[in-house]
Design a protein around this ligand. Structure first.
Ligand code: NAD
Length: 439
């Protein structure tokens, strides 16, 4: 053996293998991946994880970046950038959504993949964490263009996904139709495989209850938290930023459960009505007019104003980083429910904690979607469809158990709910990684 081979390769730092530099003084300039990793490192300190384990858990296992060329309707060619990031697979096949959004770059998708690892561990489904994204503006694209983009992207990432390897699902900018195209494109190459994606239309092997599962889970977890805090969900006033899949379903189910939804918004802006909005009417208006902002039974407000309205529960259900250093002091709601992924920056999180505002963290409250995705995957493998009541009952069991676990851990360790959620999740993943022999 030559001398070079005898030399021991020094163990690199987590940063050498793609983790962001650890930020010790959080600021609003942190990127989404720095922010997500900040919460991980804090948990790693509390759990006394060794350096090797930190290296494994702070960076992604596999990162695939692809070109996605699409001939647009007017004949010109656009080359989009797409990603599939597999963060950690110690607890099972990789699982996580596909986002179509202008901001879906490598850093954002890495952050979302890591959050999926922690979420899947916390809700205790047998999956690792992944995320995909294509940097594009789906609102400006026709159905034909979106279908071409999706088929091409699926072909490009088909080498790293699989029924027992990595199972995509919808996220912001994608939906059941996108999943149907993905399943079809994958099937053309590898044969009929409905379990390759979840969040499909029910006619194509999707699960009853999947479309509304994230919003339903948000309400289930929030009701449990209200009970634990000794406050009433029934009659509570709720403001929701983002009126897409998650925001709409959270609004309609909260209304059914007796809460009063006083504000909703979309990317154009929001509306406020202190007496409560009629959600089905707002939804009809949104479909007819393209936005909630011209709805007349309420006052027009901006997305920034929505976060600061007087209400009992604030639910950010759109994009990351909307609660930050500059508005955290102005938030009036005593409870924030993170339906979106990463809506609170680490600086804002510290401010909210000092102000004694209860924050139900994203990796807990928005886990309903991946939970029913797990049920869908199980049904596809079993080739057996569950009844909707069964889906909702099983979802409720898991949402309540995870919420109770987080409250119990926070009480035991005297931490915030986010810290408790990360501690439980990181501990579970680290344990699995150790048993597998990753380190
Ligand atoms: P969606 O595309 O269906 O809806 C997004 C909503 O946010 C739309 O109303 C859109 O107009 C609004 N929006 C977009 N940009 C905005 C901006 N800059 N300011 C204010 N509003 C804006 O997406 P979705 O599936 O409802 O996802 C919403 C959030 O929930 C995302 O953070 C996503 O990662 C998270 N999430 C989704 C699921 C799921 O099952 N779909 C599961 C877990 C978490």
């Amino acid at each position: 053996m030559g001398a070079a081979n005898d030399e021991k390769r020094p163990i690199g730092s987590a940063e050498d293998i793609g983790a962001p530099k650890r930020v010790t003084e959080p600021s609003d300039d942190m990127t989404p991946f720095e922010a997500a990793t900040y919460f991980f490192y804090e948990a790693a300190d509390r759990l006394n994880l060794d350096n090797e384990m930190r290296e494994i858990l702070a960076s992604s296992y596999r990162e695939l970046a692809v070109q996605v060329p699409v001939v647009m309707d007017d004949g010109h060619r656009m080359v989009f950038r797409g990603y599939r990031i597999q963060h950690n697979g110690a607890r099972g096949p990789y699982k996580g959504g596909i986002r179509y959004h202008e901001s879906a770059d490598l850093d954002e998708v890495r952050a979302l993949a890591a959050l999926m690892t922690w979420k899947n561990a916390l809700i205790d489904v047998p999956f690792g964490g992944a995320k995909g994204g294509v940097q594009c503006d789906p609102r400006s694209m026709s159905d034909g263009e979106l279908q071409k983009l999706t088929r091409r992207f699926t072909a490009m990432i088909s080498y790293v996904i699989g029924l027992n390897r990595d199972i995509p699902a919808p996220d912001m900018g994608t939906n059941a139709q996108t999943m149907a195209w993905m399943m079809d494109a994958y099937g053309q190459k590898y044969g009929y495989t409905p379990g390759i994606v979840t969040g499909k239309p029910v006619e194509m092997g999707g699960s009853p209850g999947r479309e509304e599962a994230t919003g339903r889970g948000v309400v289930m977890s929030t009701k449990e938290a209200c009970e634990r805090k000794g406050t009433k969900f029934k009659g509570a006033s709720i403001a929701i930023q983002g009126f897409g899949n998650v925001g709409y379903w959270a609004a309609i189910i909260a209304e059914e459960e007796g809460a009063k939804v006083v504000a909703v918004s979309d990317v154009e802006g929001g509306i406020f009505n202190g007496d409560g909005l009629e959600i089905e009417k707002v939804d009809k208006h949104r479909w007819n007019e393209g936005s909630v902002t011209s709805y007349t039974e309420g006052d027009k407000i901006s997305n920034e104003d929505l976060l600061e309205v007087e209400c009992d529960i604030l639910i950010p259900a759109a994009i990351q980083g909307v609660i930050h250093e500059r508005n955290a002091e102005q938030i009036k709601a005593p409870m924030i429910v993170e339906a979106a992924n990463g809506p609170t920056t680490p600086v804002a999180d510290n401010i909210l904690s000092k102000r004694d505002i209860t924050v139900l963290p994203d990796i807990l409250v928005n886990a309903g979607g991946v939970t029913v995705s797990y049920f869908e995957w199980v049904q596809n493998i079993q080739q057996f469809r569950w009844e909707i009541d069964n889906v909702n009952k099983e979802l409720e069991k898991r949402m309540i158990k995870a919420t109770d676990d987080v409250f119990a851990r926070a009480a035991k360790d005297q931490t915030t709910l986010r810290d408790a959620a990360f501690d439980i999740a990181v501990e579970r993943v680290a344990r699995a990684a150790e048993i597998r022999g990753y380190v």
